[in-house]
Design a binder for this molecule. Sequence first.
Ligand code: KIV
Ligand code: ZN
Length: 513
Amino acid sequence: MSQIKIFDTTLRDGEQSPGCSMNLKEKIEVAKCLERLKVDVIEAGFAISSPGDFESVQTIARTVKSCSVASLARANTKDIDCAWEAVKDAADPRIHVFIATSPLHMEYKLKMSPEAVLEKAAAMVAYAKKYCPNVEFSAEDATRSDVDFLVQVVDAAIRNGATVINLPDTVGYTTPDEMRALIATVIERVPGSDKVEFSVHCHNDLGMATANSLAGVLGGARQIECTINGLGERAGNTSLEEVVMAMHTRPDLFGEHTTGIETTQIYRASKTVYNIIGQTAPINKPIVGRNAFLHEAGIHQHGVLSNKKTYEILTPESVGVRVNNIVLGKHSGKHAFEARLKELGYELSADELLRCFEEFKVLCDKKKDVTDADLEALVTHSATEDAETTDGYKLDWFAVHTSNFTTATSTVCLKLGDEKFEDVCLGDGPIDAAFQAIDRIVKPVEHTFELYRINSISQGKDTLGEVSVKLTAENRTFSGRGLSTDIIEASILAYISAVNKLRAYTARKNKEE
Ligand code: KIV
Ligand code: ZN
């Protein structure tokens, strides 16, 4: 049996896509999820792209102990120096060097001849190898490259010390048959292939990323590059949850290949990442969407009641989704609370447990029954909230006056350290008025209000409302989340969280300049 390595690039390919930017603490929260999932490699970022990226790659490299940590680098000495500086303290550092090999990219993007690209690839792999034993080489746009040329480049990379060869489908153009054949052909034609691991990295522009990655494995790849929830450039990357569960569900096809992923952590990781970027899973998303394990149609329900396997090819429990919803309430003690969280797959530190238990007690005063969905929302919010700027503005109190025949008014009082700031605004509804009052207090730089979304966590009129807000400024997204049984409070909390991030980013940029 051979183990297929899972190389997770949520923090690089995922994070660089529009609407998915994360701050340092949020990236660390994702890295912790990836460790719990037991991925083999975390691509923590593209160290040279900004001082912030460098800092997050370095911090993750120094924090993560149980898997390899990689930084991306273009094929030039400056990028490689920076990538090494960022990952060198990792338990198992990796430098990931890439250069494009397709005619289109070489002519129009790199403005280099194929000969020059070949020479550069060889020289820069050798340069990275001087620093690091673990060097991955990617031939960007491999699936639109000339196979004879690709064979030459891969051969040169291996001769100069690459340990992993990645053949990306950069623009999501290929098909499963083509991907399988490409990997098999390159392995067969390059003499040193047996000494390295081959890898696939597929984008999802035509909806075939998962199928193409699995076909790559059948062609001989031993590493799959993927992301939580399939985040990534344009239509995204291969979903970690899909490739992993496909291999686990079809041992008849992939029996000799398996992954080391702790599948019961999939749902938690997915929720955390969606929370951080202020999104929720599309309801029909495979594995992690709300409907993935629901059986609505009568004929399906009947079948499932007789034998679950009639319509269920994998169990919700296998990916960490709990279906027997045990309800806790105000009389539940800390032990019952902790035990339920453990059953849901959440092992919290003493501090985290105390904080969440206090929030749980507050919630019990507002809501009679606290369901598993409420608990999950509470814990993931608490973790990601903690991962946001802790030194920003906090809500002290708010008051709104609204009706369908007067203009809404909101008064908001925020705390910054020991100081309090209060403002009042009229608005087009209480939420608009509250956001304007917050703007008057915080005075964030000019930005666009991109998204406001409200989502109910469970059933019942007293459900928790989860509000996501997204702001954009300078081509970056700043997302915020708020959770409360009161949707105005949830909205205010979400907006403060986003504005705090924008404020922290501006302060940091001003300092760097
Ligand atoms: O899609 C791609 O080709 C990439 C490479 C940098 C690996 O992300
Ligand atoms: Zn990519």
